[in-house]
Design a protein around this ligand. Structure first.
Ligand SMILES: [Zn+2]
Length: 211
């Protein structure tokens, strides 16, 4: 099983290459702590690494990745909330100035949501529960596709999931507060894998256009 060895080989390249080239940056980040101006919420999918797509440097982005880049609504006191904890930390402690929700093409989580059947492990499934965040959006997309079969349901739900996540972000009181006073901006993006193309959501129309 050479896969873990490949990671260690990559680490040796990093040590000799990027780490050495950016030694001063790493020293400063170690000494001064992190002050990333941007939070990115992306999918776990191995093909859509935000640091690669946005070509960032260490310390520039606070990244949360989960299945289908979803944000749950603000629901304190109901279980363990990894996504919500990361959002709280980014907004309250780090005071990020932008949150970018980045979806992508061929998203397996969105495909699972569209199928609307038992989706993860047999019986109780974390995926089933998680994907329920976009149930309402899925029903809307299916209705729209019935009326207009030319609509690409997969892409329509990938876009809709980003809109729902941005709306859910606004249910967090500190997100709403910082957005209202102009210190925080919310953005939607969608990345097409084979084209390597980023589409950005227009905040007025909520439609996506190539950057
Ligand atoms: Zn995905």
């Amino acid at each position: 099983m050479p896969e873990f060895g490949a990671l260690i080989d990559g680490y040796y390249r990093f040590r000799a290459g990027n780490y050495t080239a950016q030694k001063r940056r790493y020293d400063n980040l170690d000494h001064d702590g992190q002050h990333p101006p941007v939070m990115v919420i992306g999918c776990c999918d191995s093909r859509v690494d935000p640091a690669t797509i946005f070509d960032t440097v260490p310390g520039q982005m606070f990244v949360l990745r989960n299945v289908a880049n979803l944000v749950p609504p603000y629901q304190p006191g109901q279980g363990l909330h990894g996504a919500s904890a990361a959002i709280e930390f980014a907004v309250v402690d780090l005071e990020v100035r932008h949150i970018v929700v980045m979806g992508h093409g061929k998203c397996g989580g969105i495909t699972a949501a569209l199928k609307n059947e038992d989706r993860g492990a047999p019986g109780p499934s974390f995926i089933d529960d998680w994907i329920r965040i976009i149930d309402e959006g899925r029903d809307r997309v299916i209705e729209r596709c019935k009326a207009d079969p030319s609509i690409d349901a997969q892409r329509a739900l990938e876009h809709e999931a980003i809109r729902i996540s941005i709306r859910n972000l606004r249910t967090f009181p500190y997100v709403a507060e910082h957005e209202a006073d102009g210190t925080l901006k919310l953005h939607g993006c969608w990345f097409a894998i084979s084209e390597g193309e980023l589409h950005v959501m227009d905040n007025e129309t909520e439609e996506f256009h190539p950057a």
